[in-house]
Design a protein around this ligand. Structure first.
Ligand SMILES: Nc1ncnc2c1ncn2[C@@H]1O[C@H](COP(=O)(O)OP(=O)(O)OP(=O)(O)O)[C@@H](O)[C@H]1O
Ligand SMILES: [Mg+2]
Length: 336
């Protein structure tokens, strides 16, 4: 019966043909282009790709949090819980931001208010959006801090962000994000600023939260190992486009797109002999300078053929319909 249940379960988030336009030195450039994906309740989509490929603008666009110089392309669609996010009024979008979709940023200092106690910052949405009394909100704030692993929560609630470590601040940011019970969490590199052991603890926490509440999650990460082990599906972005969508378990073994393979090859390996050179990807991704002809990765790709420089490869799927890739000369599938 699981298959039929799957078939009827509408996605929590359906993004179609998402583009983000950016004003750059007097010109309009598409920094996110033709992005489509679906996310089910309780599932995590990982987004990986080199710096500048559009991961953050993609996430921010879903919440109407783009910088002033950027805008969602007119033909883009994003349905969350049945609502078209790009056609909501500001007040409806505020409701979605309050209780539907929550975002966690890379640097919790930039999302926390330095002159407000963390207790007040957690209580504010509880009072404003859930209508709790100040007293009830405070005890809920203590509970939330406790649930995200902040020890001494009763005292911590009166502390300011600068009195806490980076890891603790990120836990606070997660507590705020979870305060109104979001259906979707967008975590944009939530652990990049933290040291390795704290990173693992924060990722464990996010996964625990998600498993307990069936929250959908978009997890942006630079770390392919994190994507492979902490998500269900991975979207690989290059120059504003998703070039491959693959189940996390198949990421390292069944990728079809040369760029994905280059990212995988660039991971430092424990079994490499000491002092062996790391495989960096030659060249740089194109900047937001203007139109790209053909596949944006072609100039750096060892599998590029003539067609790659002339026409942008469309996304197509393999027989399963679950593995999508955009490449004119894909890596052959390994023999079964
Ligand atoms: N506020 C801004 N003003 C001008 N250009 C911007 C702004 N924000 C992003 N960009 C440009 O848009 C493109 C996509 O940026 P984005 O921040 O989404 O990349 P990213 O994949 O999140 O990178 P990173 O991994 O470094 O966080 C980049 O070329 C970037 O320079
Ligand atoms: Mg970013």
């Amino acid at each position: 019966m699981t298959a039929s249940k799957d078939a009827v379960q509408a996605p929590l988030l359906r993004v179609e043909n998402l583009g983000v336009l950016l004003q750059n030195e007097g010109r309009v450039v598409r920094v996110v282009d033709a992005v489509s994906f679906r996310l089910k309740q309780g599932e995590t989509l990982g987004i990986v790709g080199e710096s500048g490929c559009g991961k953050t603008l993609l996430c921010r666009s879903l919440l109407g949090l783009l910088p002033g110089c950027a805008a969602v392309a007119p033909d883009a669609k994003a349905f969350f819980d049945g609502k078209d996010l790009f056609r909501l009024s500001e007040s409806s979008l505020n409701k979605v931001r309050a209780a539907g979709i929550a975002m966690i940023f890379q640097d919790p200092l930039s999302s926390l208010n330095p002159v407000m106690t963390i207790g007040r910052q957690i209580c504010e949405p509880l009072v404003h959006h859930l209508g709790m009394t100040a007293r009830k909100a405070r005890s809920r704030a203590v509970e939330l801090l406790h649930s995200v692993g902040v020890s001494g929560a009763e005292q911590r609630v009166d502390h300011y962000p600068h009195q806490m470590s980076g890891g603790m601040r990120q836990r606070v940011a997660i507590a705020i994000a979870l305060s109104c019970g979001p259906k979707l969490l967008i975590a944009d590199e939530p652990t990049t600023a933290l040291d390795v052991t704290v990173q693992a603890a924060i990722l464990d926490l996010l996964m625990r939260v998600q498993a307990g509440s069936k929250t959908g999650m978009i997890l942006v990460t630079h770390d392919l190992r994190v994507a492979a082990t902490r998500t269900h599906e991975v979207a690989v972005m290059y120059a504003g486009r998703i070039v491959e969508r693959i189940s996390a378990g198949a990421l390292f073994t069944h990728m079809r797109v040369p760029y994905t393979r280059a990212l995988v090859d660039a991971i430092p390996k424990m079994d490499r002999p000491p002092h062996a050179p790391l495989h960096a990807i030659e060249g740089r991704p194109p900047g937001p300078a203007g139109a790209i002809y053909g596949c944006a990765f072609a100039p750096r790709c060892d599998r590029a053929i003539e067609k790659c420089r002339a026409r942008t490869p469309p996304m197509r799927s393999d027989r399963s319909g679950r593995h999508w890739y955009a490449c004119w000369n894909p890596i052959q599938e390994p023999a079964p």
